[in-house]
Unconditional design. Structure first.
Lengths: 159, 367
């Protein structure tokens, strides 16, 4: 199916060097539509929504930012550290404004899992169900994300 | 089946012809001819060839409006008032402009095409911005992810600026990045050293410009930047003040502090600088020396998570907690902040609670 010019522009903005050094699609050879479909299916299978997962990331981000670079405890299992960076980055979807740079490292020590995400990547999850392409430095596997956030179907962030 | 194939071929052919006609029309008909841009009610009149964006057109005439996105309409730094001739607001502009800005004829200049005569307003301080070529004289690591660059100006050979202003450094196309990008960094040296520009640059994860600085740029390389920009800097009030910064937010204050020392500006100042661990602090000895030269200047570094081996006997806690403790005994009249959005927001709450008027708080605009 032919891609619309609007979606092609979004894909162009996801390329390395367009908005950030490594882009948003990593080494993923799948078209964006397929990436979105696959992740949508995974999230639905978990009994969750993109908004729930994005909201969970937002809560972690807020706690990490408030800790101003130090470790922030999130619930009983998680530690989040925000690494600030000057400047802002726009969303690949036009008209959504810009987001502060910097990243959060979220660690579940008991499970041995560490995720990295940004304010923009949290927005892209919540708003577009876009978890980025495989190989992207901020790719979030929805099932892993749900596990780390302690989310199950119809449930919020487990503290 | 044959009919379907014929119909498909016909539609494809018509589409191809239409596309070719559009391209030809764009190339030969969409020439807007000579246009006049009136800048600041007759202060300057630019005779230009239409067709390019307003941002690019002004740049070709040595008027350098700040832009961090290469004219892609995403950073919103290139706002200008277009009083006449700008055409309708583009869909790419509207989300970046407030209702007040739209009512005030503010536009995103990289999204405005020069098609006819125009009247625009350019803030006066932008008309003195120039493009500079410089050579990297020295690079030094201040911390594991912060570098200091000394750039020796080549053309022009000197720069005039006010402590607190910034420049836009051009990172060329390299590696996976197909186009040059411009990024803003505060000038860290005092204006007396007019032949140099010092920059303090922190590596941005996934960034485009800072990895070029950290991994590609070398001493002896030539760079291009524009500037100076910005209105962050000390007021003339002479009143007591507090500064709050972290990480590369040090840069404008390093410029301002050395300027104060050179001019013996005896203005009471307490500078709170926050970091995580001892290895994240820098210029400690330099500021200790500065305290001796300016008796009314006090430098308060603080660590929020000192490591065991840091042997740190200074202030500990989040910088905003340290600030709150110190302000308990009374607050100055003015505050200057440069750092991440989270730190600045937290600091504003503390400063407000301490009684500092919001209008007497000044922010570096990249927070």
């Amino acid at each position: 199916m032919k891609r619309s010019p609007q979606l092609q522009r979004i894909v162009d903005r996801m390329a390395p060097g367009a908005l950030c050094r490594e882009g948003f699609l990593g080494a993923d050879r799948r078209p964006l539509e397929e990436i979105l479909d696959a992740d949508r299916s995974t999230v639905a299978g978990l009994g969750l929504t993109h908004e729930q997962l994005g909201r969970g990331l937002g809560e972690v981000l807020a706690a990490a930012v408030a800790a101003q670079g130090g470790p922030a405890r999130v619930g009983e299992r998680l530690t989040a550290v925000h690494r600030e960076a000057m400047g802002r980055i726009p969303s690949p979807w036009p008209g959504e404004g810009t987001f502060p740079k910097g990243e959060v490292e979220l660690t579940d020590e008991a499970a041995g899992l560490t995720l990295r995400f940004t304010a923009l990547s949290a927005h892209l999850v919540a708003r577009h169900g876009f978890y980025q392409g495989r190989g992207s430095p901020y790719r979030l596997e929805p099932d892993v994300l749900a596990r780390v956030l302690g989310m199950r179907g119809n449930a919020g962030l487990h503290k | 089946m044959v009919q379907i194939l014929l119909a498909t071929a016909l539609v494809s052919g018509v589409s191809a012809v239409a596309a070719a006609l559009l391209l030809l029309a764009e190339r030969f008909l969409a020439r807007y001819g000579p246009c006049t841009i009136d800048v600041n009610a007759g202060d300057r009149r630019l005779e230009v060839e239409g067709g390019e964006s307003l941002l690019a057109t002004l740049m070709s005439r040595q008027i350098f409006i700040p832009s961090a996105c290469g004219g892609k309409g995403t950073c919103a730094y290139c706002k200008l008032k277009v009083l006449d001739g700008g055409g309708p607001v583009a869909p790419t502009e509207a989300p970046l402009l407030s209702a007040e800005e739209l009512a005030d004829h503010v536009r995103i200049s990289c999204q405005v095409k020069v098609r006819n005569d125009m009247r625009i307003e350019v803030p006066g301080h932008l008309l003195s911005v120039r493009q500079y070529r410089a050579v990297v004289e020295r690079m030094a690591d201040l911390t594991g992810d912060i570098k200091e660059l000394w750039l020796r100006l080549a053309e022009p050979e000197t720069i005039e600026f006010v402590p607190g202003q910034y420049v836009q450094l051009r990172a060329p196309a390299y590696g996976p990045n197909p186009e040059p990008v411009w990024r803003a960094y505060s000038i860290a040296n005092p204006p007396s050293d007019a032949g140099h520009v010092e920059l303090i640059i922190r590596l941005v994860p996934g960034g485009i410009c800072t990895p070029w600085v950290f991994k590609v740029l070398a001493e002896g390389d030539e760079v291009v930047f524009t500037g100076p920009y910005g209105e962050f800097g000390l007021t003339e009030s002479g009143e007591a003040m507090v500064w709050v910064a972290g990480g590369s937010g040090m840069a404008p204050f390093w410029s301002i502090a050395r300027h104060m020392r050179e001019r013996q500006i005896r203005r009471p100042c307490t500078y709170f600088f926050g970091a995580l661990r001892r290895r994240d602090l820098f210029l400690l000895e330099e500021f200790r020396q500065l305290e001796k030269a300016l008796p009314d200047f006090r430098f308060v570094p603080a660590l929020s998570a000192p490591a065991e081996g840091d042997r740190w006997d200074g202030e500990t806690g989040l910088i905003t907690e340290v600030l709150e403790r110190h302000l308990a005994g009374g607050a100055p009249e003015e505050a200057y902040l440069c750092g991440s959005g989270g730190m600045v927001r937290a600091a504003v709450k503390v400063l407000t609670a301490a009684g500092i008027d919001r209008e007497r708080m000044f922010f570096d605009e990249f927070t």
